[in-house]
Design a protein around this ligand. Structure first.
Ligand SMILES: Cc1cc2nc3c(=O)[nH]c(=O)nc-3n(C[C@H](O)[C@H](O)[C@H](O)COP(=O)(O)OP(=O)(O)OC[C@H]3O[C@@H](n4cnc5c(N)ncnc54)[C@H](O)[C@@H]3O)c2cc1C
Length: 417
């Protein structure tokens, strides 16, 4: 029997993990990317692997919180006001998803995807080709105010209901966990089951390992259109004017996926959530345990010798502007929790930004498209793409290979809205 041939558009963490498991299943895989696979959302992110993050972004209270943030130039969330039908539709669907019933449905699925991914990362670690600073030190959700403490306690209780271990701690408990750095907090919730990694290292090693396994890469190659026939994608058309034939196509194009799918008559709701990060190489002072500074929604992530700080979610289209106010907002938060960590915009030689592919209901799309016979989609992981990458890759490879699926995918359907 001839090998199944699969072309993947997108060499981010989702596309590469799919390539890994498809290759393992015996498929002939080609990854196509408009970039060089050295930058983008899957590289500069905070590297947190978070089974604890079971509450989707669209949850009760998010609309009023979001509106408050809109009026603060240093806040972690911003929507650029503009007349854009796709943004209006997205916002309406987000609003419809902000309810308790949706949260209850989403929690077990998000937990399963994140937890499964963590196990799959552990499998990567066991292979000699991989060493990407993967550690399971847990995650601290730190807070300074009584108001935030109440919110985090409620989230910890919810997490407990689905069997997740969450320890609510006062400042003394936190300091015992993290004795190597000064802390100024009211308390925090500790999720011992979370992990983190160095995304740049993982991505680089994954590309190399895939190349060694015979996966073909077409980099700096942008897909601009498709040729379809009899309900199937037949050809990919490139910006340079050339084209290639395809048997099976997976679109894992991150925040660009909706534009690609639109050309194939498939509508998905997706907005690019721009975020920033800054990395201190060989940081002298850094915490041992990754944390989220919950009032400011800032991620603090030790990665091997480095320390990465990340945050903000701007729904402002694909602008390349660096919003210095919002960046300063991230840096201002740091010393409030870790008094020894003082960062200034001028100290950072390169500010990185990337686009999180955000769906209105906070659930990814992992599905076979019904209207186009040989088309599959894996995107929309928003702030958890790194965390859910391996499980997503495995799940979509199962769909493409036609083997039994390891988990229920009803909530990840392309047609769910
Ligand atoms: C500041 C920040 C911090 C984050 N922290 C975390 C974290 O701690 N944990 C976590 O789990 N997630 C985190 N994320 C989210 C995570 O980075 C994303 O969810 C994830 O990288 C998305 O991966 P992807 O493969 O879907 O998309 P991408 O990495 O964006 O990959 C898509 C690829 O498709 C290619 N492409 C698009 N269109 C075309 C085309 N027409 N032709 C050819 N190629 C194309 C692009 O060049 C790109 O390389 C963070 C994100 C940000 C911005």
């Amino acid at each position: 029997m001839s090998k199944k041939s699969v072309h993947i558009i997108g060499g981010g963490v989702i596309g590469l993990c799919a390539a890994w498991y498809l290759n393992e299943s015996g498929a002939e895989v080609t990854v196509i990317d408009k970039g060089d696979l050295k930058d983008g959302a899957s590289h500069g992110n905070a590297g947190m692997v978070v089974p604890s993050h079971v509450i989707p972004l669209s949850s009760p209270g998010m609309i009023s919180q979001g509106i408050k943030w809109m009026f603060d130039s240093k806040s972690p969330f911003y929507v650029k006001p503009r007349i854009d039908l796709s943004l209006l539709q997205w916002t309406y669907k987000f609003y419809k998803s902000c309810n308790e019933a949706h949260v209850r449905r989403a929690m077990p699925a998000l937990f399963r995807l994140n937890e499964w991914s963590k196990q799959l990362y552990n499998d990567f670690v066991l292979r000699p080709e991989f060493e990407f600073d993967f550690v399971q030190n847990g995650l601290l959700m730190l807070y300074k105010t009584v108001h935030q403490e109440k919110e985090e306690r409620e989230l910890a209780e919810k997490a407990g209901e689905i069997g997740l271990e969450a320890q609510v701690m006062d400042a003394t408990g936190i300091k015992k966990l993290e004795p190597g750095i000064q802390l100024d907090v009211l308390g925090g919730v500790y999720f011992p089951g979370d992990a983190n990694l160095h995304p740049n290292k993982f991505m680089e090693q994954l590309v190399r390992a895939l190349e060694e396994k015979g996966v073909r890469f077409m980099t700096n190659t942008e897909v601009v259109d498709f040729r379809t026939h009899s309900g199937k994608v037949k050809e990919l058309l490139f910006k340079e004017g050339n084209r290639i034939k395809v048997d099976n196509l997976l679109i894992a194009g991150g925040s660009w996926s909706s534009r690609l799918l639109k050309k194939l008559g498939v509508k998905i709701h997706l907005q690019e959530g721009k975020g920033y990060s800054a990395t201190i190489k060989n940081a002298d002072i850094k915490p041992n345990i990754p944390s989220i500074l919950t009032e400011g929604k800032v991620a603090v992530s030790p990665m091997g010798k480095d320390l990465r700080i990340g945050g903000t979610l701007e729904l402002g289209g694909m602008s390349t502007n660096i919003n210095k106010n919002r960046l300063q907002g991230i840096f201002d938060n740091l010393p409030k929790y870790y008094p020894d960590l003082k960062l200034n915009l001028n100290d950072i030689n390169k500010v990185w930004y990337g686009y999180r592919p955000c769906t209105p209901d906070g659930m990814p799309y992992i599905d076979k498209v019904k209207s186009v016979e040989n088309l599959f989609v894996a995107t929309g992981h928003a702030m958890m793409g790194m965390s859910m990458g391996p499980a997503t890759g495995k799940l979509i490879s199962e769909m493409i290979i036609d083997s039994k699926q390891s988990m229920d995918t009803t909530l990840f359907g392309v047609d769910r809205f």
